[in-house]
Design a protein around this ligand. Sequence first.
Ligand code: DAH
Length: 331
Amino acid sequence: MDVQALEREAQSAFAGASTPAELDEARVRYLGRKSPLKQALREVRDRESGMSLNAARERLETAVTAREEELGRAELDRALAEDVVDVTLPGEAQRRGHLHLITQIRREIEDVFLGLGYEVVDGREVETTRYNFDALNFPEGHPARSRLASLYLNGDVLLRTETSPAQIRVMESREPPVYMVSLGRVYRRDTPDATHNPIFHQVEGLAVDEGITLADLKGTLLYAMRALFGEEREIRFRTHYFPFTEPSIEPDVSCFLCDGGGCRVCRFSGWIEMGGSGMVHPALYEHVGYDPERYSGFAFGLGLERIALLRHGLPDLRQLWDNDLRLLSQF
Ligand code: DAH
């Protein structure tokens, strides 16, 4: 075999390859397992022809690698020249989400009370009957304790039916003064309709200190309602009953739509019911070891969905749970 002629042929084939595929073809032909060169190397008998064949093989391999790099660089140059990026083209718009309406209202309320020096405290969504009922002075046999009304996990463990157990947990953990709000989900065995959902949100408030009166409750709620519904709002109280407050009061806020004149939203009364409140029942102090002679306090609980519905004139609170962006993106 004429090694020199073969090598010349191979070199010019490598140099003439203008694409990686062509180069690969040439490499298989001249350096592959079945190439004449490899064949000859397998059959070599004497040292001299072995050395010259090997030297030729090495030169050819070096040549292939060099040509490979050349072709790669050429390809890169071509791509850089052709695939020009026009940086002035508008980008692909990314749709940006935002917080859910209930989360917005939750944060708004937290801000209002943080501004008044309150602490924001996390309660527990899974509670025991002790915190959800007993310590809140619910009598045995109260309908809320029923398995038909509340969602029990087992025995005396249930999904909290209100945020009020947070009052007990906070009072248990420290001495007065206590100024706290606690916001979150609560659970009831209700059939969903326009104004009910088995899961909803409440804000709980609690202030315990020396010399707290009903006037402080009224002033605090008035401040919060004005922050949420506008500076012109007024507050009125109606007496009510809750096991954990005495006296118990239901606050109404003057209708923000008709300014008290009467409309559909306030059912032509000029007032809108906001939730429950009252002076903390002394029985709660007994449970947590506070001195009821020394301390007094108020508490309140409001529903966040209700605030959202009122503020935005939504007809059905289930819409807040449907995750329909056509609705949610409006707020
Ligand atoms: N926990 C009551 C409910 O879910 C709301 C409530 C009423 C909370 C009076 C309070 C309160 O803190 O003082 O209906």
